[in-house]
Design a protein around this ligand. Structure first.
Ligand SMILES: Cc1cc2nc3c(=O)[nH]c(=O)nc-3n(C[C@H](O)[C@H](O)[C@H](O)COP(=O)(O)O)c2cc1C
Length: 369
C-alpha cells in the first residue's frame, strides 16, 4: 500500500515523500510586493515537505487580492524570490509558486486599480483592504479582447518564477478567484466565447494553462481546482460536467499535476481521478473548514488513488510536519490570530518537535504557547 513516506517522481523532480505543503497566503511581503528574508526562512524551515506550494502570488497589480501579498510581475520581485528559492533548495526542498489572479476579489484601496472580472457581478462578502474588510466592489467586466492578456499574465508570471529559481508554478483555479470566476455560472454571465456553455466557461482556464505550458513547459505547470466550493459567491451548478470537461481538455497537455480540494462529493472527485491520467494532489478538507487535514484523511485519499496529499494549517505550526507524521508525534496547534498578522510571531516561531519532552507535557506546552 502507498504511504505518505514513499518517494514520488514528479516530472523531473524526485520527491522524498508524498506530503505537499498547501498554498497559504500569509501577507508578509514588503513594499513593492517583494518577498522578504523572513519568507525565505519560513519556507526553508518547511523544506522537508515533498513539495512546497507557496502562498498565492499575483501576476499583475490588478490581479492582487489582499494587501501584503507578494508579486511576480516586476524584476525586483523576481530578485526578492531568489532568496526564497535558494533557501529552500539549500535545505534540500522543492518549491512551486502559486500564481493567483484575484479578479473581482480585490479592492481599489489595495491596488489603486478598479478590479476586473468576467462580469459586473460583485463577490459575496467583504474583501480585505489596508484599512480593514470592505464590501466587494462591482468589478469591471473584461472586454473580449482583453481576456487573453489576463490569461497570458499567468504565463508571464510563470516565466518570472522560473527566472527566480522556482521548480514550477501552480495556477490558482480554486476558491473563487479569477479562473474560478470564469468557470462559475453565477460570476460569469458573459455571452461571448468565454461565457454561457461549459465549453465557453472553461476556455479561460484552458488558455491560461496552455499559455503557461508554452512558457515554461508542462512539467513545470500544475493547476489547483475546488469543484463546487462556491467561495466568494462563485457558484457552479453543474459540477461533474463542468470539471469533467475541464479535466478532459487539460489531460492531453501532460501537466505536472492536478491539485484538487475535496470540496464536493467523493464520487465526483473519484470520477475526476479516473479521468486524469497524471499526478493528482488532493487536499482532503474544505478550505478554512472545521476539519484540518490529518494522517487519517491523507491515508484515506491515498487509498482512493491520490498520488500526493497537501496539508495546509498543520504546516503553519509544524515546520517538521513530515517527521511528526512519520513518527506519529503530536502536532502543535496553529494560532489563527497570527495567520495574517504580519511579523515573525506565529510565522517563524513554531519549533520543530522537542525530543526528550514527553508527548503529554509537549502537548500542554504547545497549547499554552
Ligand atoms: C492562512 C491560510 C491561507 C490560505 N491561502 C491560500 C492561498 O493563497 N491559496 C490557496 O489555494 N489556498 C489557500 N488556503 C487554503 C489551503 O491551501 C487549504 O486548502 C486549507 O487550509 C485546507 O487544508 P487544511 O485542512 O490542510 O488546512 C489558505 C488557508 C489558510 C489557513
Amino acid at each position: 500500500m502507498t504511504t505518505l513516506f514513499d518517494r514520488y517522481r514528479l516530472g523531473e523532480l524526485v520527491l522524498p515523500n508524498r506530503v505537499v505543503m498547501a498554498p497559504m497566503t500569509r501577507v508578509r511581503a514588503a513594499a513593492g510586493a517583494l518577498a522578504t528574508p523572513s519568507m525565505a526562512t519560513y519556507y526553508a524551515q518547511r523544506a522537508s515537505a515533498g513539495l512546497i506550494v507557496t502562498e498565492g502570488v499575483q501576476p499583475s497589480l490588478v490581479g492582487q487580492s489582499n494587501p501584503g501579498t507578494p508579486g511576480l510581475h516586476t524584476d525586483e520581485q523576481v530578485k526578492s524570490w531568489q532568496l526564497v528559492t535558494d533557501a529552500v533548495h539549500a535545505n534540500g526542498g522543492r518549491v512551486f509558486a502559486q500564481i493567483m489572479h484575484g479578479g473581482r476579489v480585490s479592492h481599489p484601496d489595495t491596488t489603486g486599480l478598479h478590479p476586473v472580472g468576467p462580469s459586473a457581478v460583485p463577490a459575496e462578502g467583504k474583501v480585505f483592504t489596508p484599512t480593514g474588510p470592505k464590501p466587494a466592489p462591482t468589478p469591471r467586466a473584461l472586454l473580449t479582447a482583453e481576456v487573453p492578456e489576463h490569461a497570458d499574465s499567468y504565463a508571464q508570471a510563470a516565466r518570472r518564477a522560473v527566472d527566480a529559481g522556482f521548480d514550477g508554478v501552480e495556477l490558482h483555479g480554486a476558491n473563487g478567484y479569477l479562473i474560478a470566476q470564469f468557470l462559475s455560472s453565477s460570476a460569469n454571465l458573459r455571452t461571448d466565447r468565454y461565457g454561457g456553455s461549459i465549453a465557453n466557461r472553461i476556455r479561460f482556464a484552458v488558455e491560461a494553462v496552455t499559455a503557461t505550458v508554452d512558457a515554461v513547459g508542462a512539467h513545470r505547470t500544475g493547476i489547483r481546482l475546488s469543484p463546487g466550493a462556491g467561495l466568494w459567491g462563485a457558484h457552479d451548478t453543474d459540477v461533474p460536467e463542468l470539471y469533467g470537461a475541464l479535466v478532459a481538455e487539460l489531460a492531453p497537455l501532460g501537466l505536472a499535476y492536478l491539485h484538487l480540494e475535496a470540496t464536493t462529493g467523493e464520487d465526483v472527485l473519484a470520477g475526476l481521478r479516473d479521468a486524469w491520467p497524471g499526478t493528482l494532489i488532493v487536499n482532503p478538507t474544505f478550505p478554512m473548514g472545521p476539519r484540518t487535514t490529518d494522517k487519517a484523511a491523507a491515508d484515506h485519499w491515498l487509498g482512493l488513488g491520490a498520488d500526493l496529499i497537501s496539508f495546509g494549517r498543520a504546516f503553519i505550526s509544524n515546520p517538521d510536519l513530515v517527521e511528526r507524521l512519520r513518527q506519529d508525534l503530536p502536532l502543535a496547534p496553529d494560532d489563527q490570530a497570527t495567520w495574517y498578522a504580519g511579523g515573525d510571531t506565529g510565522y517563524l516561531t513554531y519549533p520543530t518537535y522537542q525530543h526528550g519532552v514527553t508527548s503529554d507535557s509537549f502537548k500542554t506546552a504547545s497549547l499554552r504557547a
